[in-house]
Design a binder for this molecule. Structure first.
Ligand SMILES: CC(C)(COP(=O)(O)OP(=O)(O)OC[C@H]1O[C@@H](n2cnc3c(N)ncnc32)[C@H](O)[C@@H]1OP(=O)(O)O)[C@@H](O)C(=O)NCCC(=O)NCCS
Length: 193
């Protein structure tokens, strides 16, 4: 741990003007650009780029080979699987300068993005949503939704522990690992206990 309270491997670069929270570990060959803000107790794997003005909450985990582009915000406890892909321009053209016209994408608290998934910009991902490996997200993803495939289709709901929720006729479900209870109403899931 460095005196600053976080660790950054010597092969990585943190530009002046970024901020990195206490207890965060940044591993090999990463680049944190000026204006990026990383919260506390995050883990940033190998070969990760965090662009200008990107915000990461606390306890975020980023696996290897992820670029987090300007316009992306990750709330607390988001998990990014290896080589998942963000975008920030919907109709990019090399000859047309769209700097400063980035489309924003917010990833809600506790959400997981599976390995090699792609998030087309402008489609927010709800809290505790789960994006399957290799999915291509082209629509807003509701809280606690499980989506997969290309284009990503909702296949069910998941608990905060990542288990599929089997709702009964009255719209109640219990997470098999945590015993947390959930209610499905009007196509929205909330944790009730
Ligand atoms: C989405 C996921 C959570 C589903 O897991 P699961 O509930 O155990 O699902 P199952 O393996 O029982 O598969 C159920 C069905 O979904 C399909 N499926 C599973 N994962 C899929 C995916 N990522 N994309 C498309 N289809 C998928 C299966 O083929 C199966 O289809 P079938 O019913 O026609 O046979 C899991 O497959 C996944 O993608 N996890 C992310 C892993 C990851 O990226 N980890 C990163 C850290 S290393």
């Amino acid at each position: 741990m460095e005196p600053k309270g976080y660790f950054i491997h010597e092969s990585s670069v943190a530009d002046e003007g970024c901020s990195i929270g206490e207890g965060t570990n940044i591993w090999h060959f990463c680049h944190v650009m000026a204006g990026a803000r990383i919260g506390k107790d995050c883990t940033i794997g190998q070969n990760v780029m965090i662009a200008t003005d990107v915000i990461l909450g606390d306890r975020v985990k980023v696996q290897n080979n992820v670029s987090i582009y300007t316009g992306v915000t990750l709330e607390d406890e988001v998990f990014l699987g290896p080589s998942c892909v963000f975008t920030n321009v919907l109709h990019p053209r090399s000859a047309v300068n769209r700097k400063g016209q980035y489309t924003r994408t917010n990833v809600g608290k506790g959400a997981t993005i599976g390995a090699n998934a792609t998030v087309v910009c402008g489609h927010d991902i709800g809290k505790f949503a789960f994006i399957g490996a290799g999915a291509v997200v082209t629509k807003k993803v509701p809280d606690y939704a499980l989506v997969m495939g290309n284009p990503a289709i909702q296949k069910g709901w998941v608990s905060e522990f990542g288990h599929t929720l089997a709702f009964d006729w009255n719209g109640f479900a219990i997470c098999p690992e945590s015993d947390q209870e959930y209610k499905l109403e009007n196509n929205q899931v909330t944790r009730i206990k």
